[in-house]
Design a protein around this ligand. Sequence first.
Ligand code: HEM
Length: 249
Amino acid sequence: MPPNATDTDFNADPEININNSKHINHGQQITKENTNNYALNIFQSSMNLLAHILIGAVVGVSIIYSFRGELSAFYLHIVLCVIGYQLLMAEAIIGLCPNSGWADSLTFVDKRRAHTVMQVVGSALAIAGSIIMALTKSVNWDTLHGQFGLVAMVFTAVSLVNGLTSLYAYEFRKCLSGNLSKITHICFGIVAFVTSGISLCYGFDKGGFRNWATPPLAYTMMGFTACFTFIIIINPTITFFNKSIRVFK
Ligand code: HEM
């Protein structure tokens, strides 16, 4: 196969993608349909690359901000939440997309393993960061930043449990439908990730960050966060609708 040829069909559902790529890898010619998807593959790769760059910028700036002095509970909450949500959770979601970059050469089973490990570690860090900060406050959930952080934390916890029932869907099939488990896992995961992004934007709007970074940089960070959050949820949203339509048909 020439180096500039693509060998995967685009499909929002990673299970279908992997089946397609296996099919093609096992001796099939590049079909016209595959080459027609070339533009879509390039578009997806570019979008995912952009998301990786924006994640790097947002996480990097947040870490530089937090490590300027002593790492108090406040700065620790930023480091843990940003690494948990915007780095690990974001990359765990991108890893399941076609043309994700780092996960492209993995088999579907290994993609799922990588996703599970990153989600478990990311969720643990993010939940710990939120709890650490909540414990230092005498009045809780009184700001929009905190309230969106709380929603993100609750949905992350539910999505984590739900993710395990999706992973062991076959074993749980008697008490819980596999499809229902997967659909709700995707839905809760999207809500957790989006609300964490909103909470982060309110975090960047805090006086301490704006004074340090200057307002234009704070707004840039908010724009970057909104942009990569949108790019990252496109694929799971399509998968969510495809799976739901298949179930209700
Ligand atoms: C995804 C990232 C983040 C999440 C999920 C998050 C979550 C939280 C949570 C759960 C609380 C406790 C709320 C309460 O008990 O009422 C909190 C407080 C706080 N966070 Fe964050 N945080 C994040 C990033 C940031 C960033 C980047 C900053 C600033 C640069 C920041 C600044 C603050 C401040 C000033 C408070 C105390 C005041 C308040 O509750 O609004 N946070 N955060």
